[in-house]
Design a protein around this ligand. Structure first.
Ligand code: AHR
Length: 504
């Protein structure tokens, strides 16, 4: 049986701009993301700063726009000042979030050096778990103040006289979660976040502040947490965070492939809560979402176990998802969801960049390679340009156990007025059936096809490895026709991108 689906769109029907910050990532001091991930002095590809140039190259190729740092759960017990100054003076500490030893060989200055080389905007999280207002002000002074005060002078003495000018700051991490160091009830966190934000704003630094929303939508306090935080912080913040990870479910792939249905509902629930508070407070300004942790968590390979014993290892190997072709399709569809909500999702960070759930994988002293999920991210980041268009999707649906009814076809499109470029991103969630797609292109003028690619493997569980790093990669999508619109056939469990250009 072949399925049929349609995508209706028009260049005048827009959701909002494609935001570069949608293509953010996340580097946490966790497992092997920093150490032997982005930073490995002595590696054959390391530069003079100990940064792995192979990972830097892949980061640039991935099209990452901004990177959140230094955590994550790690930040809620972190003393930022441990990680600056002469290496020999930096203390080793127990990292209570991940039961590891933190050497502090990598800190804020190393991160900013890496961010400049990777050409990404930094997003810095302050510790509102074990610390508070003063620590946030201190790290802000160290990062952003011009020389002439103690901490700015310390930055200069450490070799960085120019202020870093970090704009995006997270007011803690997942403070609703009982696992978080310094976790507290919503009202207590909200008061701390509001006070911290007010103090940080007094510095005059240009800041975009993100308060913690829920750690994931199934948290028992989801909704009430957001409401309490927004009521206390509405005038102080720019964004509220959202986090979610969708674990690959081998037993229920239909639900897994429909994860973006859940992400859509999550975003819309946070928007509704935020706009409710806006109405009650009688404010004009809308609070945006910083979706600063999102990803799939694969079930393949051996991810390694989080340390628990008497040893506190350095850079232990755990949370190393090995991603399948199917995982790449789900990541492509989550990016479709983020783009579809570009009117309210102002920033997003895939978690994390390297090794820990990462699209990039490394071996210590060895190779770096692209995991399957690298590809939909890189292609979407590179070719989603201009304006996100509203799409009306006609599609058969499937009933899923986790997310209810899910359309088998999902899609989004972007239109760049200046270049005359249209990019259509689409997913066929069917486990077994191809889907005949038709996209009437009324209103776009005379378009020609530039390129059509897909991610689809006969074996949806195929993975990339160090020895076979291109096993899962984009392949040409054959049979794309431009007659009375675009028509093609999407294979089962596939993500596809078609790029069209106005004929000159
Ligand atoms: O990304 C891994 C962890 O997941 C982060 O440290 C935490 O914020 C989240 O729960």
């Amino acid at each position: 049986m072949t399925l049929h689906g349609t995508i209706d769109l028009h260049p005048a029907h827009r959701v909002g701009p494609v935001r570069r910050r949608t293509f953010g990532s996340f580097v946490e001091h966790m497992a092997r993301c920093v150490y032997t991930g982005i930073y490995e002095p002595g590696h054959p590809a390391a530069d003079a700063d100990g940064l792995r140039t192979d990972v830097l190259e892949l980061t640039r190729e991935l099209g990452v726009s901004s990177v959140r740092y230094p955590g994550g759960n790690f930040v809620s017990g972190y003393r930022w000042e441990d990680g600056v100054g002469p290496l020999v003076e930096r203390p080793r500490r127990q990292d209570l979030a991940w039961h590891s030893t933190e050497t502090n060989a990598f800190g804020l200055d190393e991160f900013m050096t890496w961010a400049a080389k990777a050409d990404v905007e930094p997003m810095y999280a302050v510790n509102l778990g074990t610390r508070g207002v003063q620590e946030a002000l201190d790290v802000l002074e160290y990062a952003n103040a011009p020389v002439g005060t103690e901490l700015a002078d310390r930055r200069a003495a450490n070799g960085h006289p120019e202020p870093y000018g970090i704009r995006m700051w997270c007011l803690g991490n997942e403070m609703d979660g009982p696992w978080q160091l310094g976790h507290r009830p919503a009202e207590a966190y909200a008061e701390l976040a509001a006070g911290t934000a007010r103090a940080m704003r007094r510095t005059g630094s240009e800041l975009e502040l993100v308060a913690c929303g829920s750690s994931f939508p199934s948290m028992p306090t989801f909704g009430t947490w957001e409401q309490a935080v927004l009521e206390a912080c509405y005038d102080e913040i720019d964004m509220l965070s959202a986090h979610v990870y969708y674990p690959a479910d081998r037993e229920d792939p239909a639900s897994y492939l429909a994860s973006a249905v859940d992400m859509d509902a999550y975003i819309e629930a946070v928007v509704a809560t935020s706009d409710h508070v806006r109405a009650v407070l009688k404010r004009d300004r809308r609070i945006m979402i910083s979706f600063d942790e999102w990803n799939v968590a694969a079930s393949g390979g051996d991810p390694g176990a989080e340390p628990t014993g008497d040893d506190w290892p350095e850079a232990p190997r755990f949370a190393e998802s090995t991603y399948t072709a199917q995982d790449a399709v789900v990541v492509g569809s989550l990016l479709i969801s983020l783009l579809r909500h570009t009117d309210r999702v102002a920033s997003a960070s895939q978690a994390q960049l390297v090794n820990v759930l990462g699209p990039i994988r490394t071996e210590p002293g060895g190779r770096a390679w692209r995991q399957s999920i690298f590809h939909p991210f890189a292609l979407t980041s590179r070719y989603a340009r201009g304006q996100v268009l509203r799409t009306a999707i006609g599609s058969p649906s499937v009933e899923t156990t986790k997310h209810g009814s899910a359309p088998l076809l999902d899609a989004v499109a972007t239109w760049d007025d200046d270049a005359g470029d249209l990019t259509v991103l689409a997913v066929n969630r069917s486990l077994t059936e191809p889907l005949e797609l038709s996209v009437p292109l009324t209103g776009f003028g005379d378009l020609e096809l530039v390129e059509a690619v897909m991610l689809h493997e006969e074996d949806p569980l195929a993975v990339n490895t160090a020895d076979d790093p291109e096993r899962v990669a984009p392949r040409p999508l054959e049979g794309v026709h431009l007659r009375n619109g675009l028509t093609t056939t999407l294979p089962p469990i596939s993500w596809a991108m078609a790029r069209l250009r106005t004929r000159k």
